[in-house]
Design a binder for this molecule. Structure first.
Ligand SMILES: Nc1ncnc2c1ncn2[C@@H]1O[C@H](COP(=O)(O)OP(=O)(O)OP(=O)(O)O)[C@@H](O)[C@H]1O
Length: 495
């Protein structure tokens, strides 16, 4: 970084935020410089989102300051990219960039449209990428969609203005090659002189893109150092406060057939067959749109099937009958917890109790209160949910802790079939290891497990074999010695 680029653009000084008795941010200091990518890492509930929300003005600090003044010149502008990109999928890039007008009408309108298209091309080209700016955004790859959001956030940025781009977990659902593409754009933004503040749980990605890393633990800064002075193990220790034992592959102990899917069709999925035995963990890989993100819901019955059968032990699972699927022992952790996984306005206990446990008489709410609170406390401890306050509304838990509650809700049903979409999205490195152990335990207890994930590393660690999807069909199956992160990534990228 040049000395010109070392100019501070944002200075966070002793920033503090309380929610009731919870100290979410504890006298945090950090500085983002021009030309710098600064990553903020930390365990679930360490205060990362609170920091972003304070920068955005969504919350008011209880102490400390946010200085947006560089050493000279006008105030630094903060531009935000949240996980929900806020794009309209049914509009083109040109229209999402706020440039669009109708192509009907007199010729001068057509001229204007050509000029708008050229401007959109230039806006995305400045990040070293090139795609059809007239295509509907929903048809673009996830990385391209994020690039559109970045281009929109940085519209109007020129040398006279200092800008800091704040990215809140931009790669949460991106697949390996897509992550690399997006990271190249993030670097390009910094090279052009902006500051970048980048939140992520993917520590290898942080080391690949960031200049500086700030680690938070329980709201306080426990590390602020150049990435060149640390490595993956060092970051894990900073985040988790100790060494994390990653899952060791175990020999598969296959029992009877639990799940048999034949000629399944629905959405983009075509002619999908799989047989999963008790104790087996089968992974599903593929880029977004390959069918990876639709398969579990289609098997569970939550997405419409147009053909094919799903048999769970001796029973068929009908399309659209979720109660029946649950009664027959299926559990489904969806990828989108806000839409389908949980009710954010209910308490954690109410969410945990919202699925009836087959075999437990009556609905949970009729079971004695003491039993209920004991079981909730056990699941909170098993999944490491913090704070240990099950009576708290789910929306008040951090993202990773919400994910743990959703998982616990389904694990407590002791399913025969566990269908998981992105089971560790947004969870920290320590919690991820715990969740992997819980999934293995469920398999060892006799469940068949199908896990769809954008993280090839997770699939390689967790699964006995991995099916790779492209355009809705299985194009590869990886098992045994071949089951590595690199091999899955290679098989997932379309030719
Ligand atoms: N609106 C709120 N009301 C009460 N407590 C809150 C609220 N928002 C956050 N908290 C608490 O503040 C702490 C920090 O939460 P925050 O969401 O900033 O963590 P995080 O580091 O972003 O976690 P994650 O990695 O899980 O997303 C947590 O204990 C959380 O429960």
């Amino acid at each position: 970084m040049t000395s010109e680029q070392r100019r501070p653009l944002v200075r966070v000084d002793q920033l503090t935020k309380y929610f009731g008795n919870t100290c979410a941010l504890d006298r945090v200091d950090l500085t983002v410089h021009a030309g710098e990518v600064l990553a903020v890492v930390g365990h679930n509930g360490s205060g990362k989102s609170t920091l972003v929300k304070l920068l955005a003005g969504f919350h008011t600090p209880d102490g400390g300051t946010i200085g947006l003044q560089g050493e000279a010149g006008p105030e630094t502008e903060l531009r935000f990219i949240h996980q929900d990109l806020g794009l309209v999928g049914s509009l083109s890039t040109v229209e999402n960039l706020g440039l669009g007008s109708t192509s009907d009408g007199p010729p001068w309108r057509r001229l204007r449209k050509m000029a708008e298209r050229l401007q959109a091309d230039q806006l995305v080209a400045q990040f070293g990428v090139d795609f059809d700016v007239d295509a509907l955004v929903q048809e673009l790859s996830p990385a391209e969609q994020t690039i559109v959001a970045i281009a929109r956030a940085l519209r109007g940025w020129n040398e006279e203005r200092d800008v800091v781009l704040v990215l809140d977990e931009p790669t949460a659902a991106l697949h390996g090659a897509e992550v690399d593409r997006l990271m190249a754009v993030v670097r390009r933004v910094a090279e052009r002189g902006a500051g970048v503040l980048f939140i992520s749980h993917r520590l290898d990605e942080v080391l690949g893109v960031a200049d500086t890393v700030v680690a938070l633990r329980n709201g306080a800064v426990v590390g602020n150092l150049p990435c060149s002075e640390t490595d993956y193990a060092g970051l894990v220790e900073l985040v988790a406060g100790g060494v994390v034992e990653e899952l060791q592959r175990r020999p598969a102990e296959r029992g009877d057939v639990v799940l048999r899917v034949n000629a399944l069709q629905g959405g983009v999925i075509r002619d999908f067959d799989v047989t999963v035995h008790a104790g087996e963990i089968v992974g599903v890989a593929g880029i977004l749109g390959s069918g990876r993100d639709e398969l579990c819901a289609t098997i569970f019955g939550g997405r419409r099937r147009t053909r094919g059968t799903v048999r769970l032990r001796d029973n068929d699972l009908a399309s659209g009958d979720l109660r029946q699927s649950i009664r027959r022992g299926a559990a489904f952790v969806p990828g989108d917890r806000h839409q389908h996984g949980a009710v954010m306005t209910m308490t954690a206990t109410e969410n945990l109790a919202s699925v009836r446990v087959p075999g437990v008489e009556g609905r949970w709410r009729r079971v004695r209160k003491s039993h209920e609170s004991r079981e909730v406390a056990e699941w909170f401890a098993a999944c490491g949910v913090v704070p240990a306050r099950p009576e708290m509304q789910l929306s008040q838990f951090s993202g990773g802790n919400q994910q743990k509650v959703v998982l616990a809700k389904w694990l407590r049903t002791h399913p025969n079939l566990l269908l998981l979409e992105e089971p560790t999205q947004g969870v920290d490195v320590g919690a991820k290891a715990v969740i992997h152990q819980l999934i293995v335990r469920t398999a060892n207890q006799g469940a068949a497990v199908l896990v769809a994930s954008s993280e090839a590393k997770e699939l390689a660690q967790l699964c006995d074999r991995v099916l790779v999807l492209a355009d809705g069909v299985v194009v590869d199956e990886v098992a045994g010695q071949e089951l590595t992160e690199a091999r899955i990534l290679h098989a997932s990228v379309p030719a």
